[in-house]
Design a protein around this ligand. Structure first.
Ligand code: CTP
Ligand code: CA
Length: 223
């Protein structure tokens, strides 16, 4: 790649990356969330910056410092993440959704701490907006990359997401049973309409760089 576009193939390009989990409030002291550490997303943001892009990282709550040269916008809930992404994505060339967005949020978030005044409690949840699908449906959309975290039939579900959300690229990884979430290494397969490439296993940093190479290839092929 360096031979074709120089060492900074994304120079002059703007990228928006989502990362980390979201938290969906039940009351002022409790929330629903997931095990995402944000490590893969932060590695992707760092790789995009290293490739020369101007990077905005829209991040849920994680215990990581922003990579050097990356502007971070901190959010808590999926609704806040969507608002921040829509504010940043206009004019962007690339959108990479690595966040583990909560699919559902409590239908009501209580103003005051919920008291344990019954033996049994049921929670009603409603669907959160799909941030990636929303960006992919914009009239002047950036090149859209999704992640698919699956416990089974990884490639099948990942290709389903590529098609259903109309994406340019999906990075698929297996999660659960000591894989994926909250670890330093990962195993990725990258899919696009009409092709796929297994990147194998490696550190999230190495995989993020290999993924960025493919993104640059596909992005330049499209232009
Ligand atoms: N995503 C998103 N907004 C959501 C849900 C998911 O932007 N509300 C993005 C994720 O960041 C990821 C991709 O969509 O890039 C796929 O997320 P995933 O959870 O694997 O798939 P879902 O479409 O949510 O379907 P399911 O959880 O049922 O497998
Ligand atoms: Ca999901």
């Amino acid at each position: 790649l360096a031979e074709l576009w120089g060492p900074r193939p994304l120079a002059g390009r703007r990228a928006v990356v989502t990362a980390g989990p979201t938290r969906e409030a039940l009351d002022p002291v409790r929330y629903l969330s997931n095990r995402s550490s944000g490590k893969m997303g932060y590695a992707v943001a760092a790789a995009a910056a290293a490739a020369g892009a101007e990077v905005v990282l829209v991040s849920g709550p994680v215990a990581l410092a922003p990579p050097p040269g990356v502007r971070r916008v901190e959010v808590t809930s999926a609704a806040e993440m969507l608002d921040a992404v829509l504010a940043e994505v206009a004019g962007a060339d690339l959108f990479i959704a690595t966040a583990a967005v909560a699919d559902y949020r409590p239908a009501v978030s209580a103003d005051r701490k919920i008291k344990k005044d019954s033996e049994r409690m049921e929670l009603v949840l409603e669907r959160n907006p799909d941030i990636l699908a929303t960006v992919a449906a914009l009239p002047e959309r950036p090149f859209c990359v999704g992640f698919a975290a699956e416990t089974h039939d990884v490639i099948g579900y990942a290709r389903g997401k590529l098609e259903a959300k109309g994406l340019d690229l999906v990075a698929a990884n297996a999660v659960g049973e000591g894989q994926g979430f909250d670890r330093d290494d990962n195993t990725l397969t990258v899919l696009w309409p009409g092709g796929e490439r297994a990147l194998g296993s490696g550190s999230k940093r190495e995989l993020a760089r290999a993924l960025m190479d493919i993104i640059c290839e596909r992005l330049h092929a499209r232009d």
